[in-house]
Design a protein around this ligand. Structure first.
Ligand code: 2P0
Length: 325
């Protein structure tokens, strides 16, 4: 009735942007990510027959409100799957995802929760089923079940039965590095849930975004198999710009970029002009993640740290999938 699992967060190189079903969390497009070793969540779930409701502790603090409700609703899915609707749990999570790093801790959080809860109930899920359940906590989390490069296949079924992640290349396939560039700027946040919804409903660029995905995916998977860093970086950077272009055309329009975000983007392009291959990608926030190769770690790190408005640069490597203690 008790299990502990650890899951790492991931960075999308081909972005998930837009849902076709909001309650089942079914995406409009397939996406592809790299799991990162520097950022993870470790979660212990203990089901206790004497509990009358779930309890959720994050970094030793009892959580109530929306964050608790999301966790408890997700546990309902696991309970239903296991056919134990009245069995509640105590959940203890610790997050090694620096809060200001701009990584959604929901990806590692829901992957660790799904893994620990299903193991605690001795469900013996295969990884596809675990990914499919994890998806219903947070979309991007379904990719964190696996290490290395991972694709989330959008699926076509209305019930979501074919929408889950599959491994593309394992953690040790290729030593690609990612620098998370943290900015000092604080800006009004459009959550990714709200941002993607508004974009799907109002952006005239949205259909072009969806149309472009199959080509981006085919090409980036070839680049990953061939370990062609420049090709992979070009595709990832362009895909990021296409996603962010859809938000500029939404109604009302919005952007996640800050002035320092643009400075970092230009700096990365400047590194390339000096012959150092580095490429950026940006999620639903102002921080930038920079892809680079191990031999350029010092110059990339130094260059990024010198940009005014950058408060921290956190280096990461390819990470592993869900593990159990
Ligand atoms: C991604 N993002 O592929 C994309 C790129 C943000 C930009 O997945 O509503 O927290 O829980 O499914 O997964 C962020 O959205 O959203 C995200 P929900 P999620 O990583």
């Amino acid at each position: 009735m008790k299990a502990t699992a650890k899951a790492h967060t991931n960075i999308a190189l081909i972005k998930y942007w837009g849902k076709r079903d909001e309650s089942l969390i079914l995406p409009m497009n397939s996406s592809l990510s790299l799991t990162l070793n520097a950022f993870y969540t470790e979660t212990t779930v203990t089901f206790k027959p004497d509990l009358s409701e779930d309890k959720f502790f994050l970094d030793n603090e009892l959580i109530v409100g929306d964050q608790f409700t999301k966790v408890s609703k997700f546990l309902d899915l696991i309970r239903n799957y296991a056919d134990v609707p009245d069995l509640f749990a105590e959940v203890h999570s610790t997050n090694a995802v620096p809060t200001a790093a701009g990584f959604a801790s929901s990806a590692s959080g829901f992957a660790a929760l799904a893994a620990a809860a299903s193991r605690a109930l001795d469900l013996k899920l295969d990884e596809s089923t675990l990914s499919r359940l994890t998806r219903q906590g947070s979309g991007s989390a379904c990719r964190s079940v696996y290490g290395g490069f991972v694709e989330w296949e959008k699926g076509t079924q209305d019930d979501g039965s074919d929408s889950y992640a599959v491994p593309v290349a394992p953690q040790d396939h290729w030593d690609v590095r990612v620098a998370a560039v943290v900015l000092s700027s604080v800006m009004k946040k459009v959550s990714s849930r709200e941002g993607m919804k508004r974009t799907v409903e109002t952006s005239p660029f949205y259909s072009a975004w969806v149309d472009n995905i199959p080509t981006d995916l085919t090409q980036i998977k070839e680049a990953i198999q061939d370990r062609d860093f420049e090709r992979m970086g070009e595709i990832a950077e362009a895909n990021c710009q296409k996603m962010h272009a859809t938000t500029l055309a939404a109604n009302p329009p919005f952007t996640y970029w800050h002035d320092t975000t643009l400075t970092v983007m230009q700096t990365v392009q400047g590194l390339r002009e000096k012959g150092i291959p580095a490429y950026f990608t940006i999620d639903a926030g102002p921080n930038v993640k920079v892809l680079y190769q191990p031999e350029n770690e010092e110059v990339v790190q130094q260059t990024l740290r010198e940009i005014p408005g950058v408060t921290n640069v956190i280096l990461s490597r390819s990470g592993q999938g869900v593990t159990y203690k």
